[in-house]
Design a protein around this ligand. Structure first.
Ligand code: UDP
Length: 237
């Protein structure tokens, strides 16, 4: 039986599970996009790599007491997750300055943020995902101040946990994007994905970029750096 396609995004397709109404099947695509979809390419194997990396990271987070929508990996490019209604916010956590913040605020590349800096962007392609403040976030998404504070607190815990995981494989977690959703019971859960598409990862020794920046900047081979991350995680987790 064909699964019902609920939504197709830039990096994943979302299907309704045919065995549980509260479950979704996420299918990771081989497409890569950058600059709000202006730069596009296909990389054979990217879907599998991100599905495997994201599955390993969600499991490792769970071992550290952080719940997410992840249930289990199904096959090479799909995983089963709890159905959540995504809150249209991109929660960005930054440990080291690079990317948009250096241009927007004139902060020098590689400045360390201690404590980590949290930013909110409104998830809306037609608006180019603008940076917003807490009041905008509450107004635009209907979440309460308590829920927003809970999301930020959770994002900081996730940062601590991911920093430990990546440090154990010789990688610096520079910055990353998280999305949260509300499950059937009303609980807000980490959703979407955690992968080299959504995290900036630098080799701890050489500062080599091991993430989507190699595609954004055209400086390296996306598949080989994603494979490097997967190999190191598999050896450790
Ligand atoms: N990011 C993402 N999706 C987006 C925007 C950003 O996954 O739509 C991630 C990005 O990979 C990086 C972090 O969030 O790890 C911070 O991105 P930044 O705001 O610096 O944006 P960029 O410079 O990539 O435009």
């Amino acid at each position: 039986m064909e699964l019902e396609l609920l939504y197709e995004g830039k990096a994943k397709k979302v299907y309704q599970s045919d065995t549980n109404v509260n479950h979704l099947i996420l299918s990771y695509k081989n497409d890569a996009t950058a600059f709000n979809g202006e730069k596009k390419a296909q990389f054979y194997g990217k879907g599998r790599l991100n599905n495997e990396i994201s599955s390993l990271l969600f499991k490792a987070l769970e071992d550290k007491g952080i719940q997410s929508h992840f249930i289990k990996r199904l096959d090479s490019s799909t995983q089963i997750v709890q159905k959540t209604d995504i809150i249209p916010l991109e929660v960005i956590i930054r440990n080291i300055a690079t990317g948009s913040i250096t241009k927007r605020l004139g902060i020098a590349e590689k400045t360390l943020f201690e404590p980590a800096l949290a930013e909110l962007f409104y998830k809306d392609d037609s608006l180019g995902d603008p940076l917003i403040n807490d009041e905008h976030a509450m107004y635009l998404t209907g979440i309460t101040m308590e829920e927003l504070n809970g999301i930020k607190e959770e994002a900081r815990k996730i940062n601590q946990a991911l920093m430990e995981i990546f440090a154990s494989i010789g990688v610096r977690l520079v910055d990353f994007k998280l999305e949260f959703g509300r499950n059937r019971a009303g609980k807000i859960l980490l959703s979407d994905e955690v992968s080299p598409d959504t995290c900036r990862l630098w080799d701890a020794r050489t500062n080599e970029k091991l993430d989507k920046d190699v595609f954004r900047q055209g400086t390296g081979d996306l598949i080989s750096v994603y494979e490097e991350i997967l190999n190191r995680l598999e050896a450790k987790l």
